[in-house]
Structures are given as structure tokens and as C-alpha cells.
Ligand binder design. Structure first.
Ligand code: SF4
Ligand code: SF4
Length: 435
């Protein structure tokens, strides 16, 4: 993909802007919008589940309101009809194995399997795959009494942070998020034979979601689809897998049912679980959920359980209004997978933007300039780029509705946020011969 040299001329030098500060801001009409900027965003409220002692809720300066999860709403996502549960064989990389994308993608996926063509990505992926069998087990025969579910929620969050999670939330488990079937063995999928698919029968009431950052500096230095891209995913996949396996083991030791769901062995779709657990809102990308400070620069794993817990509520920080005018991910996506549509369309009972998953996965597995892709994640303005007053102000403005979103998006573009490559952070070796 060609670098967007032309944009460079339009960009403003960020360091000079931050030095000049108010004068430049006034000339762009930004400062007027920040007059209302409080020291701490006034509308930010604590979520309802237990508050961690180690990591109190931090939404940066985003203005966050609590939303609901009921028959009609999953946070800010509208439910308009019955939702059919998902067959794991229809997940993007499985569609490639089933010859539903292209033969070029099939061959690339088979021989290199996603991140594995880059040596570090391969090391991380192999370790993560080794955790596939470690998701479930029998609970201890005696249940620990839990008189205070809120205190237990706080404790579970503290455990996850102790185990090095970056964000944790607890939600009511959306029953429609469970897969209907687990995919059959790989050799059957390659013949598109789904007869050995296994029904998912679990139905536990709560879901604990843990997220780990894919690493800001690495993303700032990367093109978003070069050699390190797959390793960034697996930095977070392997870490969240470890945390979820240990948490599930711990909960079973307390006498309750618990199943870990991680990269190598899911029985659910993560995005609705993340929304239910108050970790963000659905976005234009269709499948990715944005967090107020991390954007979707994370990977997640989950633990479903019947441990008595006090679930968090979904959050609303204006991300969907922002997506309506932003479109940076769609403008920059090298495969054209992300829609430019103004508004959502209904699919499987949910109003959401639709991504062409086949285009995305084909680009990722056949990418000749690197391993995989995360360019949409890199350019998204919710992915905090720096701890400056301007970015904090931008976060506050961006969570305030469509008009403000348009202005913020223009300023974000002028700075070249998300499309720059910061050379001083480039620490990895490209190994281009592996592509
Ligand atoms: S991962 Fe890359 S190809 Fe896929 S939607 Fe994002 S930018 Fe597009
Ligand atoms: S880049 Fe813009 S449109 Fe895309 S997910 Fe992020 S905020 Fe939404």
C-alpha cells in the first residue's frame, strides 16, 4: 500500500502546536469548545459493579454515561429482532479454511497461518495455541459462601489486575453471544464438512472480560500492517489467555463453574460480552468495540461463570455518534472492508455497521508487506496517542456528539494522528524474507 505522502503537507507540527497551545487552538475554533472542559469530566460516573482497589475506573476525560442491557438495547446498540447464535465455522479465518474466501487466501492461511510467518508472531502464537485445552474443568465440591457479590466482583477485578490485565469488566452474559456450535476439526473444515460441529450448551449468567493493550509505542512506529502487526495481536492474545485460564481455575477452586474463552478456544463472541461488561461501544468497524481511552488497541479474553457477582452496566461515551462522522478506519483500510455508510443496517436482529469480513481476512492472510493488519486500530482517534492537554480535550469533545466530533476528526487528521510512523519507537526487525 502506498504511503499517503500528500497528507503530510496538510499536517500541523504537533510539538509546535502544543507549544503555541491556545493561540493555535483558538484559530481553529477548538478552544471555544474546551471552555466547558472540567478538571474531571463531570458526567463520568462509576460503573455499578465492584470497584477495583488496584485500578479504579479510568475513562480519561471522556464524558461517560451508563447505558442498559435489556431486550431492546445492548448499551448503545439497538436490538430489533431475534438474534441467531453464531457457528464458529463462520469466523473469518475458518471461512478461509473452508474455501469461502479465495484460493490465494486458503494457501496463505494454510502455510503461514496468520501471524506465524513472522518469527516472533510464530513464537507467541504457538504458546497461545498450547493453552487451548485449558479452559474448563470441574469445580471444587464445596462452594465458598459469597454473602456480598459486589465485594466478590471487586476481588475478581483486583485478581485480574494483579495478573496484569489492563482493563477488566463484569457483565450479564448475553445468551445470544454463545456460539451455537463449535467448529469441527480443521481437516473437516478444509473439506467444508461441518457434520462434526459440537453444540454449545453452556448457559452461565456472568461474563468477566479482561483486556490487554497491544502496546502504544509499537503501534505508533508501525505502518499498522508490517511485520510486527501479528505479534502485537498475540502480545495481547497470549496475555489475556493466561489471565482467563488462571481466573477460571481460581473460580473453580472456590466451588463455582467457570470456563475460560481465549484466542485458542472460544465458545462465545467477545464483542457483545465486552459491551455488556461496560468496556466500550460497538464501532463502524462492525466487530471491534472501542474503549474510551484505549480505542480497540486491545485483545480480550473472557471467563463465563455462575460465581455470584454484581455486574457492571454498558457505557455510552458517544462513540457511535463519533463513528458516524469520523470514517478514518474506512478511509484508511487497505482492503476496503469497512463501510462508508452513514448509518447502521439491520443484520441478524442488530442495528450495526457491517464490515466485509472476507475482504479483511483476505488482506490479512495474503499481506505481502507484513503479517496481518491492524491499521483501523492504529488510526482510530479513541486509541490515545499521547498524554497531552490537547488529546484529553479532544477525548472530551469527541464524546459530546456529532457536531463536535466533526471538528475533532478534522484536527486529528491535520496532525496526521494514526497515519504517522514514529521512527524512534521502532524496535523490531522486519525479517521481510519471511513474507
Ligand atoms: S484489519 Fe486492516 S484490512 Fe481489516 S478492517 Fe482493519 S484496516 Fe481493514
Ligand atoms: S476510526 Fe473513527 S469511524 Fe472508525 S471506529 Fe474509530 S471512531 Fe469509529
Amino acid at each position: 500500500m502506498e504511503k499517503q505522502e500528500g497528507k503530510q503537507e496538510l499536517r500541523i507540527n504537533r510539538r509546535n502546536f502544543l507549544k503555541a497551545g491556545a493561540a493555535s487552538a483558538i484559530s481553529m475554533g477548538v478552544l471555544g469548545m474546551t471552555n466547558a472542559l472540567p478538571v474531571q469530566a463531570a458526567e463520568t460516573v462509576s460503573n455499578s459493579g465492584g470497584q477495583s482497589k488496584l485500578h479504579p475506573t479510568n475513562y480519561g476525560m471522556a464524558s461517560v454515561k451508563m447505558a442498559d442491557f435489556n431486550d431492546q438495547w445492548l448499551g448503545t446498540t439497538k436490538i430489533v429482532g431475534p438474534i441467531k447464535r453464531f457457528h464458529e465455522a463462520n469466523q473469518g479465518f475458518n471461512l478461509v479454511f473452508r474455501h469461502k474466501v479465495s484460493e490465494a487466501a486458503f494457501k496463505a492461511n494454510l502455510y503461514y497461518h496468520a501471524a506465524s510467518k513472522y518469527p516472533l508472531g510464530d513464537a507467541l502464537a504457538k504458546f497461545t495455541l498450547s493453552l487451548a485445552p485449558m479452559v474448563s474443568g470441574k469445580p471444587a465440591p464445596e462452594k465458598l459462601a459469597i454473602p456480598d457479590p459486589e465485594q466478590m466482583s471487586q476481588h475478581i477485578k483486583d485478581c485480574a489486575y494483579f495478573l496484569r490485565a489492563d482493563e477488566v469488566g463484569i457483565g450479564k452474559m448475553p445468551s445470544f453471544a454463545y456460539y451455537e456450535f463449535k467448529a469441527p476439526p480443521l481437516e473437516d473444515m478444509m473439506k467444508d464438512d461441518l457434520s462434526k460441529s459440537v453444540p454449545v450448551t453452556e448457559n452461565l449468567p456472568y461474563v468477566i472480560v479482561v483486556m490487554v493493550d497491544q502496546h502504544l509505542e509499537t503501534l505508533m512506529a508501525s505502518t499498522g500492517y508490517d511485520g510486527i502487526s501479528g505479534s502485537q495481536s498475540f502480545r495481547s492474545y497470549h496475555a489475556t489467555a493466561v489471565i482467563s485460564v488462571i481466573l477460571a481455575n481460581y473460580i473453580r477452586n472456590l466451588g463455582y463453574n467457570a470456563r475460560a474463552h481465549h484466542f485458542s478456544n472460544y465458545a462465545l463472541i467477545l464483542a457483545p460480552c465486552m459491551v455488556s461488561a461496560g468496556m466500550g461501544e460497538m464501532t463502524r468497524t462492525g466487530d471491534c468495540m472501542a474503549h474510551p481511552t484505549l480505542g480497540f488497541r486491545t485483545k480480550a479474553a473472557a471467563v463465563t461463570t455462575d460465581l455470584p457477582l454484581a455486574p457492571d452496566r454498558p457505557i455510552d461515551f458517544g462513540a457511535q455518534d463519533f463513528c458516524r462522522v469520523c470514517k478514518k478506519c474506512a478511509d484508511n483500510c487497505p482492503s476496503g472492508a469497512i463501510t462508508q455508510d452513514e448509518d447502521y443496517i439491520e443484520k441478524n436482529g442488530i442495528l450495526r455497521w457491517q464490515t466485509d469480513i472476507k475482504k479483511c481476512v483476505e488482506f490479512r492472510v495474503t499481506n505481502k508487506e507484513g503479517s496481518m493488519c491492524g491499521l483501523c486500530m492504529k488510526v482510530c482517534p479513541w486509541n490515545s496517542k499521547e498524554d497531552s492537554w490537547f488529546h484529553q480535550a479532544g477525548t472530551f469533545i469527541g464524546s459530546k456528539g456529532e457536531t463536535a466530533s466533526n471538528l475533532l476528526k478534522q484536527v486529528d487528521d491535520m496532525f496526521g494522528y494514526g497515519t504517522e510512523q514514529v521512527e524512534k519507537f521502532k524496535w523490531w526487525l522486519e525479517w521481510p524474507e519471511r513474507y
